[in-house]
Write a protein that binds this ligand. Sequence first.
Ligand code: AAL
Length: 430
Amino acid sequence: MQFGFGLMVLPMPIILRILYSVLAFAFAGSVSGQTEFESSYFPYGGVPESKPDFPISPAIERIYDDYPAPQPEFNELFSNFKYTPLQGLDYHNHDGTLSRRDPSKVIRVNGRYYVWYTRRHSNSPPRGASGGTDVIPSFDWDLAEIWYATSEDGFTWKEQGVAVKRPPKPKAGWRSVSTPDILQWDGKFYLYYQAFLEMPGTRGDFCPVTVSVAESPDGPWRYVDDIVVKNGPDGTWDQFVIHDPYPLVYRDKIYLYYKSQLGAEPKAPMWGLAIGEDPLGPFEKYPLNPITNSGHETGLFPFQGGIAALVSRHGHEHNTIQWAPDGVRFEIAAMTAVMPVAPGPYVPDAFTNTTDGRGITWGLSHFRGQGGKGRKHSILARFDCDLSQDVDDPDMKNTDIFVRPEVYFQFGLTPRQKRERTMPPPSGSD
Ligand code: AAL
């Protein structure tokens, strides 16, 4: 809708903004004395626990209306993240031929922690879309298998071996199987994963999501020859990419979150949800997908009566922890920094159908681009946090984060930027 202003035609949103500014100005004028007077009485002694009943600024309104607690230190969904290298996993001297990445959520079975992940063991490091061949990986997750490791304490891990191998051509996954996540349902275990039918990078990063099933977390895993989360129809947001399948049991059903991408460059990954009553499907896509506007690799957990999400990379709301009271209506609950990439949290109540999710305190994640040029690979690491109703760790609630200069200098200018920025200013501008 548009409104005419003499000869000028202005769009509706601009008209509304002008109206708002005029009204706000008039209002501020009429109460200006009072506002200045009241504001000088905003109390000392910490942020008031409940919303003051005198006029406050929009920024102060937000801390009461938009966050679970007015101070991050008391917000159960705010946390720092601390990282520890894992013991027990070897990387071939970091020569790029062995990579581990995209860990599943961690679960505990018979007193042991289990994790599944993408493992690439190839003759050569990845050589990019144009360098990939039948035996040379294009990307870090090409020519991969799904392996698993177990741990007694979450710090030292023992790699146990392969869980899902690549099936023979032309079955889904013949080129690579990657990025698994785990579901425990009715006494059985289900691994959902990306099953590439072509080299990643051929047309993008397209692959269907399929599933393998086992009676025990140690396998053997039976390949179910079916695509469980289908691509959307042509022209829709998830017509190509369905990545990072991530199942939770919620409201008596399987809530399987996934990531797709609205376009190629700039990347616009967002998350969708598909809901099923049987681990083998059908999974029905939630009609309002995408249900986040940001986020790359999925990482979620039941929290209180809803679902919380670690939204680390990409989009307006990157570096946030979000919460949806119904698993769908996600809102920002906290902003944070240095979040785990590809988080696989330890979620004790992932499959209990809980209505009072207790939260998480640690998990595994990955670091990409290790080894330097020509040796690129990823490693798994542990992250710790306090996103739990049962833990109260003030050392995880710091909003004053300092990072070493080397980390800043890692974000150096590109050669183009350097060139352009060291050029003398155009003549006559002095
Ligand atoms: C990741 C995930 C998916 C992508 C690639 C490997 O971290 O989002 O798994 O395909 O990158």
